[in-house]
Design a protein around this ligand. Sequence first.
Ligand code: HEC
Ligand code: HEC
Length: 154
Amino acid sequence: MKEPFAMTSKAPFVAALALLAGLAPRPGLAEGSVRQVTDPVAKEECSACHMAYQPAFLPAESWKKIFADLSNHFGEDASLDPKTEARIRNYYLRHAARWRSIPKPVPIRITELPWFTREHTRFAARAKQDPKIGSLSNCTACHRYAERGWFEND
Ligand code: HEC
Ligand code: HEC
């Protein structure tokens, strides 16, 4: 028998999402989306350990700092051969966010930006406790279409 009016059960998590939607201005982001990584080499190399973060999340100053020492990258060795590194670095700099002012110290984490913290405070503890998530840096654990640059949950 068909049940055309069956209720879909919405988790409390989803209710929390609705509450948070549209809270704060997000530099470099329009309507919860950001340009996806289009350079195949950047996409390949920078997604070995986490998803390839989109360059528009951070300004050029941040990417310069990140690319200044990939051999000591958040406790990992993410170094590349010089040619590949130059190509990816250029790609990130070209597509970086353009902020009117750059905070000091220059941020190297998306997850420590004020808009990010505001949007995610409620989920920080959950992210750490859940072994399937691990940390808020693991965007794809919660945002199914993160790699395509789409962060507006439904
Ligand atoms: C533990 C789950 C979780 C993780 C991990 C997570 N997010 Fe989110 N994020 C959320 C929730 C929940 C919201 C608020 C609901 C919404 O607006 O869709 C949100 C909101 C956002 C928004 C605002 C979307 C809008 O409404 O316009 C952006 C952008 C975003 N996250 C980016 C990221 C990025 C980038 C990462 C990884 C660095 C990340 N998130 C990691 C759960 C998560
Ligand atoms: C060898 C593994 C590895 C590779 C390859 C790698 N990263 Fe990372 N990256 C990490 C780890 C580990 C973290 C910290 C994640 C955490 O705190 O949970 C990180 C974090 C980051 C962050 C900060 C995320 C946040 O919390 O906001 C950025 C930005 C970043 N990486 C960019 C890059 C770029 C660009 C490349 C390609 C040049 C790259 N990564 C390649 C391991 C890697």
